[in-house]
Design a binder for this molecule. Structure first.
Ligand SMILES: [Zn+2]
Ligand SMILES: [Zn+2]
Length: 257
């Protein structure tokens, strides 16, 4: 079980994570938890995040400790029709990100349940096929607000409505493109809007992706310092799904010099 890694961490610089997630504080927390290798993957939703991204990199350069660190980024969908992400190859090169994770974040205007599922699936495939992407983030995550009483997402108490061929196709494309599937703790395991039954189905979903030959990442997706330890639960969940350590991806550490 790889409970010593966390490949999805936010920082206070971009402002999605809170002030407890200063780079020095979160690196100290990772050391305290016994992590050996982490990836810093804050958001880049467009040029308005450029300054924050540069500030993170400066903080990482100042680090002199035992952690192996990969300098990465989390992208989201830029254009839902085209399935494009919020950074292109030139931008990834400019910032020097060596680990790119991404995927859909929302319903993209869909209100019908089956249309929501179809759109998520299409955008997840587009993300897997994007040659810049190393890992698809949090399959089937929707924000808390989408589940509020009276909202369309109140239906998602389990995964029984998801067509079986979706997981087959996702697994096939992940294997074909060599893109990892993320096991996300904060957005999936610790989000209380998801039911125990949903999590049971999610375990079977991960087990099936493993059978199909997919690789995986372990992720806390922490936005608060208390959530950094959640990565260990993602590692345990993958182990429970039968995923062996050799299927868990750990990227090379970045020379931050
Ligand atoms: Zn995300
Ligand atoms: Zn995230």
């Amino acid at each position: 079980m790889r409970d010593d890694i966390d490949l999805h961490l936010h920082t206070a610089h971009v402002g999605c994570a809170n002030e407890t997630m200063s780079v020095p504080a979160l690196l100290a927390k990772c050391e305290e938890l016994g992590y050996t290798h982490i990836a810093i993957t804050d958001h880049y939703n467009g040029p308005h995040h450029a300054e924050a991204q540069r500030a993170i990199r400066e903080d990482l350069r100042a680090y002199d400790g035992p952690l192996q660190i990969t300098w990465g980024v989390e992208l989201t969908i830029a254009d839902a029709d085209a399935g494009t992400l919020t950074a292109d190859e030139a931008t990834v090169e400019e910032f020097g990100w060596e680990f790119v994770i991404g995927g859909p974040h929302g319903r993209y205007g869909e209100t019908d349940v089956d249309a929501i599922i179809a759109t998520q699936h299409r955008l997840m495939l587009a993300t897997l096929r994007n040659p810049l992407v190393d890992a698809l983030v949090h399959p089937w995550w929707f924000s808390r607000g989408e589940f509020a009483p009276g909202k369309e997402m109140a239906w998602m108490t389990d995964m029984s409505r998801f067509p079986t061929w979706h997981v087959e196709e996702l697994g096939e494309v992940a294997v074909e493109t060599g893109t990892a599937i993320e096991m996300n703790a904060d957005a999936i395991l610790h989000q209380d809007t998801y039911t125990p039954r949903f999590h049971e189905h999610y375990l079977a979903y991960m087990a099936r992706l493993h059978e199909l030959g997919a690789t995986f990442t372990v992720a806390s997706d922490a936005h608060d310092i208390k959530q950094v330890e959640y990565a260990k639960n993602a590692a345990r969940f993958l182990a429970d799904a039968g995923v062996p350590d050799e299927r868990i991806v750990v990227p090379a550490a970045t020379e931050l010099g």
